[in-house]
Structure formats: structure tokens, C-alpha cells
Design a protein around this ligand. Sequence first.
Ligand SMILES: Nc1nc2c(ncn2[C@@H]2O[C@H](COP(=O)(O)OP(=O)(O)OP(=O)(O)O)[C@@H](O)[C@H]2O)c(=O)[nH]1
Ligand SMILES: [Mg+2]
Length: 459
Amino acid sequence: MLGKDTIAATATPFGMAGIGIIRMSGPDALAITRRVFCPSGGKCEWKSHHLYHGDIVAADGETILDEVLISFMAGPRSFTGEDVVEINCHGNPNIIHAILALLQTAGCRPARPGEFSERAFLNNRFDLSQAEALAAMISAKSAKAFALGLAQLKGSLGREIEDLRSLIVEALSGLEAAIDFSEDTAEDSLPETPPQIDQALERMQKLLASYRSARAYTEGIHVIITGKPNVGKSSLLNALTGRKKAIVTDIPGTTRDLITDTIDINGIPVHLMDTAGIREPQNLIEQEGISLVWENLALADVIVVMLDVSKPLTDEDKMIINANQSTNTMVAINKIDLPHALEREIIEQLFSAGTRILEISAKSGTGLPALKQAVMDLSVGTEPESNGGKMILHLRHKLALEAACKNIQHAKESLAGGLSGEFAAFDLREALNHLDEITGRKINDEILDKIFSSFCIGK
Ligand SMILES: Nc1nc2c(ncn2[C@@H]2O[C@H](COP(=O)(O)OP(=O)(O)OP(=O)(O)O)[C@@H](O)[C@H]2O)c(=O)[nH]1
Ligand SMILES: [Mg+2]
């Protein structure tokens, strides 16, 4: 990778700011800087990891473009592993553009999105999972999501994958020794299942189980509130967000559009969706609104079916209850501040055993903390820390791990079924390949391009 062209890009967002940072990496980074930079006092020694003050001077050799601070990090002790220069100029988009253009005439080219990280990966500054962690940190929507990205950047996932790799390599060498032995002695003994196979499988399944809660922290969870008109869905949205987001009236059919808002529960972004009350639509607008509810019910992580305790159950309630019997359904019996016309036992019988049923008052706020907790239990389950911070955040990692698990299970089955150890050895090698996709030990260029091109420019 060293010896390639030198690249430059702004590392800070374009826009007015106190400072803007332009980053340059490659073999000519220092030579290009020298062409455009006039240090205070006339000269500087360009010691690595030092900061230099001076002016950026235009191609005419006279016009000062900006007064800047420049840091120089000589490779390989830099982010990319190459020579890196960072120019701290004033955060005016015109000046940043002008300096970038000047650097290009002096010998570099604009960096592609993610190209700095790609070079860092190719120069073994970090593994692929760490590069992806960087992108996850930049786009993290909550402090918790950032912390998970940071743990991955520190190598928590990479280390776990290397441990799993070692277990499989040990199992493989045990198997291969057994295969060689049986060939040498012409004995037909069946190879035993190496214990490392089960250990690896268990750890991989634990890692896979972390995906759901990790996604909750990074992407948030989608909660939809459904029920017949007037049960208090919009009131619940308003009570949970603490804002008058949705119109509330006692006229059934008030809400027709989807109304969304995001709240934070224990560091998790929870995307709430208030919906049109479900009933026989009375006009085209309501009909459209209700069909949107059905579409979104299918996509939600958690469904809150709302009932009104002050009114007897209707056919509409029963239809909604029957349509929402999945494991991600919970029930909110609302308006418990009013006289009850509904019995809890009857509602319990209408849902499958174990369904969470909460009694609330959207009006007074009673039961809302318990409702929030139930949403968490249903969507996140166990805390991610329970796996020592080893989690998978990316779908790409999940798919690779699932494929590796399948290979290992296959290996186990063929050993248990008395097939030659060669078959199991083949599957174990495949499992290793899938694990190597996660850290990038072995990965094709197309996938690499796809990963890095989704990064932002300057990263
Ligand atoms: N007493 C009492 N009234 C409530 C409670 N929650 C909602 N209401 C009242 O019930 C009526 C309907 O509330 P909404 O929040 O608009 O009900 P909705 O389910 O969104 O109704 P649609 O949008 O028509 O489907 C309003 O008059 C609310 O003030 C509650 O917990 N207690
Ligand atoms: Mg409403």
C-alpha cells in the first residue's frame, strides 16, 4: 500500500466553524505540504508528531490563503500507516475548498469516501471489524451506541473472533492428525468430535444472540401503538414524549396519519408510532390511514395493543387482538382512572399465556414506567454487557457468523454420523473462512470496496 498516490480530504463537515481540518495521507504528504506552507520563522524541522504554525501560500507564492497549524505524523505511526499531515485552518468552506484545490495542484488527489480507513486496514493498522466500528461510532445515535462502537474499535470483537479461530484450528489439527493416523495404520477408527467444536459453537451462538440488543442500541427499536378509535393511543404517545405531538379529542377517528417520535429509554432510541384507530373506515382518508397501520404492524419490533378499560370489549377490539398474537405483542389497558367495564381475567384469556398486560392511564401517567420497562424486556431482553462487551453490531458480521455456525454444526453431524474426518475438516476450514471475513483476514476486493465506500469522505 505504501508508495501509492497521496490523497486529501476535509475531515470536518463543510460549514462555518471555528476550525476546519484537512487531512492528507501518502508518500508525498510532506513534500506537498512544503510546497504550500510557509512556517513562522521561515523554517521548521518536520519532526513527527509535532505541531507547526505558519501560512498556506497560494500558487503565486505571495497570496496568503490562511494562517494555520499543521501536524505531521510520519508513517507507520499514523492513522493510515502512511505519512499523514493534518492542516488546521479556519472553518470557512471557501478557504477549505481553496486549500484543497491548492493541495491538488501541488500533487495529491481527492480521497474517496473511506479511503483513509481503507489504507489503515490495508496497512494493518486495524482489522476490518475495527474499521467498521469507526463508521458505527461516527453515525451512532446514542451514547450507548457510541460506547459499543468504541469497544469494537478497541478490538473486543476482533479478539473474540481470533479466539474462536484458534479453537477451530486446534479442532482441525486434532482431526487431521486422526485422519493421518488412520491412513498410516489402515485402521478404520472413527474420529472423535474434538471438544473445541462445542466450545466454539457455544461462543458463536452467544455472539449471535447479542445482535438483537446491539441493533437496539445502534438503530433503536420501533414500537407501534394500535387499537380501536378513542382508546387513548395518541394520548399515550404524548404522555411518553412529554409533548403535544398528536391531536387528542374524544371524537373517534381523530388520528389518520402515522405520527412518530423518538424517546430515549435507558440509552436506547425508541421510535414510537401512533396510528389511526382500527374500525370499519368511514371515508377514503381513514381507509388509507388504517391500511398504513397494517403495513407498519408487520415491521414493528414491539406492538402495543391498547384497550379502553372504561368500555366493554367490542368486535373491533377482538379483531385487533386476534390479529396481534405474536411474541412481540404487549397489552396496555388504558383509562384505569375511570370506572372499569372490562375484567383483566377476560383479557388475559384472549392472549397467549405470558403476554405482558399492563394497566395504565395515559392521562395521569400511571403505569408508564412499567410500560417502558416492558417495551425494553420485550425488545432487548438481556443487557449486552452480559457478554463482556463482545457484541456484533453489523449485519455483515451476523451473516458471516451464522454461516460459520452452520459449517460447524455440519461438521458435528458428519462426525456423529460416522463419516470420514475429511468431511468435517472441510466444514471447519469453511467456518474459518467465514470468520476471516469478519476481521478481513480473507475478504474479496468487491466487498472491501462496498464497505469502505459507505464511509464518509475524510474518514
Ligand atoms: N380518563 C381518561 N381519559 C383518557 C385517557 N387516555 C385518553 N383519554 C381520553 O380519551 C379520548 C381519546 O383519546 P385519544 O388519545 O385521542 O385516543 P386515540 O386512540 O388516539 O383515538 P383515535 O385517534 O381516534 O384513534 C380523549 O378524550 C382523551 O382525553 C386516560 O388514561 N384516562
Ligand atoms: Mg389518535
